[in-house]
Design a protein around this ligand. Structure first.
Ligand code: ADE
Ligand code: ZN
Length: 346
């Protein structure tokens, strides 16, 4: 790892929000090994990080699913959540909105109530220790189809009505996983259920799909935030709509290079063009432990790749707060912390 320069050190300490982070993708390699051993899950290697080079999104997803398969009981979810937040807090994350994608576990017989209660227990402990806050977004897994997605949302809404422990922490729904051969607009019934229950709506689209497919999703699903959205600029109409409506995009620049291979190098990423076009394009991690990343390093990498200085990175951090689903007073508190942050020593 390279030593940090002054800007990188300041960006590490800058209060930041992460709006696109999969809790399963934060699992430490040591935790993968320990949970696999505890739960009798065979791993193809003693060193999981050996698996962490990907030639495509779908190849990545095979590894992601292996990591997910080590989560078997409520305590495993609690440990994962606790470690996710204590790890991110060490790199200046003050608030995160984390995905969890339970389709595989539910199909294997786990209970949604136990998964959410476990996550909540770990998050509450980490919040008390670090001051970093974390809300959850229940993601539908497109590998399981739209009907499984609708059932997940129905169950979540039922658990929230019954005040099942931790379900008040789940503030939104999304979808992730493969885009190949999938028409994401078929998830409309699930999003309708979520909207009627007052849940916030986001979704992954645009790692392996076109601007037209992204536009169709926004239209059919009523997404209020978009995860990835790499090809948005390819459509002037879509860009204008997203600028006008201030629909945030949770961009994950390094992930788009090392996971989905949308670009050869970070320097080629469209993030600067997105921001110059007036899009509310934020910077996030995606799957930090599976791509050897943290948000402090991602901010530093983005600054270096695009020649952005402290003031531009403060703007990125403020845009993250705007794009979050915090209420206005929580946003104001975080903004005050960002503008008070100390820049690099000159
Ligand atoms: N699940 C975890 N990371 C993902 C990504 N980058 N795209 C789609 N699904 C995911
Ligand atoms: Zn993602």
């Amino acid at each position: 790892m390279r030593p940090m320069d002054g800007l990188a050190r300041a960006l590490e300490a800058l209060p930041k929000v992460d709006l696109h982070c999969h809790v399963e993708g934060t699992m430490r390699p040591t935790t993968v090994v320990e949970l696999a051993r505890k739960n009798g899950v065979p791993l193809p290697t003693a060193e999981p990080a050996d698996l962490y080079t990907y030639s495509s999104l779908d190849e990545f997803l095979a590894v992601f699913w292996l990591v997910q398969s080590t989560l078997v009981d409520r305590d495993d979810w609690a440990r994962l959540a606790y470690e996710a937040v204590t790890d991110s807090a060490r790199h200046g994350v003050v608030h995160q909105e984390c995905f969890f994608t339970p389709a595989r576990h539910l199909a294997g017989g786990q209970r949604l109530a136990a998964i959410v209660a476990g996550l909540d227990e770990g998050l509450a402990a980490a919040e008390a220790e670090t001051g970093t806050t974390c809300r959850l977004i229940a993601d539908m897994d497109r590998a399981f189809g739209p009907e499984a997605g609708r059932q997940l949302v129905e169950e979540l809404v039922g658990l929230r009505s019954a005040r099942s422990p931790g379900t008040d922490r789940v503030i939104g729904v999304g979808m992730d996983s493969t885009e190949l051969g999938v028409d994401s607009t078929t998830y409309a019934p699930a999003y309708d259920v979520a909207r009627a229950a007052g849940l916030r709506l986001t979704g992954h689209q645009g790692e392996n799909s076109t601007a037209q497919q992204v536009a169709a999703c926004l239209d059919a699903l009523g997404l209020e935030r978009l995860d990835h959205g790499v090809p948005v600029l390819d459509s002037a109409v879509l860009t204008a709509q997203m600028v006008d409506e201030r629909i945030p995009i949770t961009v994950c620049p390094t992930s788009n290079v090392v996971i989905a291979h949308c670009f050869d190098r970070l320097e080629d990423h469209v993030l600067p063009r997105m921001r110059a076009a007036g899009l509310l394009a934020t910077v996030n991690t995606d799957d930090p432990a599976l791509s050897d990343l943290d948000l402090g390093r991602e901010y530093a990498a983005v600054a270096e790749a695009f020649g952005w200085g402290w003031n531009q990175m403060v703007e990125v951090a403020l845009d993250g707060i705007e794009a979050s689903w915090l209420d206005e007073s929580e946003k104001a508190d975080l903004r005050a912390r960002v503008v008070m942050a100390e820049g690099p020593r000159v």
